[in-house]
Design a protein around this ligand. Sequence first.
Ligand code: NAP
Length: 267
Amino acid sequence: MALVGKHALITGSSRGIGRGIALALAEERVKVAVHYYENEAAAKDTLAEVRKRGADGIVVRGDVTRPEDIAAMFRKVKDEFGKLDIFVSNARPEVAAFFQPPLDITLKQWDTAFDSQPRAFLAGVREALPLMSAGSRIFAITYAEGSRTGGLQPWVGMGSAKAALESLVRYFAVAVAKRGITVNAISPGWTENSVLNTLPEQAQQLIRNWHTRGWTPMGRLGTPQDIGNVVTLFCSERAGWITGQVIYADGGASLMNAGVPPEIQLG
Ligand SMILES: NC(=O)c1ccc[n+]([C@@H]2O[C@H](COP(=O)([O-])OP(=O)(O)OC[C@H]3O[C@@H](n4cnc5c(N)ncnc54)[C@H](OP(=O)(O)O)[C@@H]3O)[C@@H](O)[C@H]2O)c1
């Protein structure tokens, strides 16, 4: 167990992908700070699952759009853990807080997207670094399809915010390279047991059918555990030479050609 004795903070780990990351790290006996915003019961449940896996941890609360909450979150981590080896910036506000097309999105919704992504990452990484030593790992969870395309119009705020987040990952990777700390973005494809399950049933089915029909060559959607496994892999000492990258963890979906129907591409 190479990760025994390590400490991690994962924002938004009460539910969805963040919870999958917390549980995968717990399997490796990492001590986990489970972070939530409003859903304390879900955070406590994640912590109980962490303990079932033989690890331990704490619960921390905070709104990542508020820098003072981020500072308080890290104060608690410092008080309880004394150090930090893994920081995952994963939290994302509810879709209603930012989901509007370019001509309709309000400046408040735009700010919510940017405050929760690049600004929260900037503030979080600056708080994390004084607690970190060589070999530490920083991750941003992005959605790179949204940051490089324009089709899903109401995603304009979050897509633009994720593009800025990915850019920040590269700048921070260089800034901390000499300290032996890596900074990478992980880009999941559509994932079960996450925000997907809050969409109208018909939208969920359309998305599932599209991916199982071929847009994801592996023929299924991802799971929070898939993404937790990728984060765990990158926490290995052997991943220490990879930094500043956007890692697609999507069963091959990002390899598909948007100009050609999946049935033709898959032969
Ligand atoms: N789901 C996908 O298919 C998918 C695909 C690609 C990338 N991603 C990325 O993966 C990340 C997680 O997505 P998800 O779908 O797993 O999330 P989710 O299930 O919707 O959970 C969101 C998490 O963020 C927390 N949160 C919400 N608003 C917050 C705020 N203002 N401050 C702090 N925390 C807040 C929630 O806490 P509470 O429980 O307290 O509300 C919860 O833990 C996001 O960055 C997303 O863009 C997701």
